[in-house]
Design a protein. Structure first.
Length: 360
């Protein structure tokens, strides 16, 4: 008998999966010995990228570990909420994640995403997502992503790329294809709403629900994620790494020790210096405190949506479904444009630290 049930509630769906309440959860202080580290390998894997297979990537540096002979592993989730539910372990390193791993290794992770997507795409809607940090819903800190195959009859409540682009064009008074590089290059007016890489468009929609929300969409439209090419993967890996580095610098002050009794005075002082410190639950602020989620749209016209968990939803948002965004998306895309090629962490923290409040 399955440990979960899909139930339709009006126009939305709910999953009942009570067994997941028993899973290890570092946010509740129940972190066990890490099941994803090489020295504790015990789960039967369904897919592996070995060091030998990855040796062709010159930019790859596998985190050193005497017991590791793999670069990326995929396991079945022990506490599933879908008929197929997998865990994609990013690397043997217990700490390094996107923004810290070499770009070549991030390519391996994205190649694994593609392989698992292609494996399951005929069995349902393949939803790939990543949680980071307590606010992002992370249960175990060893960096990993998840893949859940949702039955075709379950309608996923995720925005469509074409609808978001169309609404932005109306607001900005623009015509044509927002993500078409030829049209952007030939346009007489400056385009401040999109930043182009070789294969992707990076945009911050005017209808963003979260502060500093970032979308990455392929310039080759109308395809599923499983059709992504190796060249696009290389470009996407670089873009993900760089954007997470920028947002991490913007949202955190690294390795700053904060004594419990001095937190209030320190926060007031930093605000006078035009810095906003996100106070963690412990006494030391590290770069790991940047919490975020991203997901890959599971159907045609795919995109990757990255959401910094910079606020906690209030009763108005939960009750109405209307989000209050306290950050101008245009400022976010301008920030990315300014620092994408040559990021300066000190300048970002001095001049571009996010200034909105975490709670609405």
């Amino acid at each position: 008998m399955a440990d979960f049930r899909f139930l339709k509630a009006g126009e939305k769906w709910v999953i009942l999966a009570s067994r997941r309440a028993k899973r290890p959860d570092v946010a509740r202080g129940s972190e066990p010995v890490c099941p994803f580290c090489p020295e504790t390998e015990g789960e039967e894997e369904v897919y592996r990228v070995s060091e030998i297979a990855s040796s062709g990537l010159t930019s790859l540096t596998i985190p050193s570990n005497d017991n590791s002979d793999w670069a990326v592993r995929v396991l079945n989730n022990k506490f599933p909420f879908a008929p197929i539910h997998e865990v994609i372990i990013h690397s043997p390193d217990h700490h390094k994640n996107f923004g810290e791993l070499p770009v070549g290794h991030v390519e391996l992770i994205l190649q694994t995403y593609r392989q698992r997507y292609q494996t399951h795409q005929l069995q349902g809607q393949v939803y790939i997502f990543h949680n980071r940090g307590k606010e992002g819903g992370e249960s175990l800190p060893h960096p990993h992503s998840q893949l859940a195959v949702i039955p075709f009859e379950v309608e996923i409540d995720a925005p469509r790329l074409d609808s978001v682009i169309a609404s932005d064009q109306v607001r900005l008074g623009q015509r044509g294809n927002l993500l078409n590089p030829q049209e952007i290059a030939s346009s007489q007016a400056p385009r401040n709403d999109v930043f182009l890489t070789t294969h992707f468009s990076i945009l911050c929609p005017q209808s963003s629900q979260w502060p500093d929300e970032v979308w990455i969409a392929p310039q080759s439209r109308g395809k599923e994620f499983g059709e992504i090419t190796d060249e696009e993967i290389a470009d996407l890996a670089y873009s993900i790494n760089r954007i997470i580095q920028l947002l991490s610098a913007r949202h955190t002050i690294s390795h700053r020790e904060v004594a419990s009794g001095d937190r209030g005075d320190l926060v007031r002082l930093l605000r006078l210096l035009r810095l906003t410190l996100r106070i963690p639950r412990n006494d030391i602020e590290t770069s790991e405190s940047f919490a975020f989620n991203f997901y890959i749209y599971p159907g045609k016209d795919w995109y990757l949506r990255l959401i910094p968990r910079a606020k906690i939803l209030g009763g108005f948002e939960l009750g109405t479904g209307i989000y209050v965004n306290t950050q101008d998306p245009t400022e976010t895309i301008n920030f990315i444009r300014e620092h994408f090629e040559n990021p300066d962490r000190e300048k970002i923290q001095a001049e571009h630290t996010a200034e909105y409040e975490r709670r609405v």
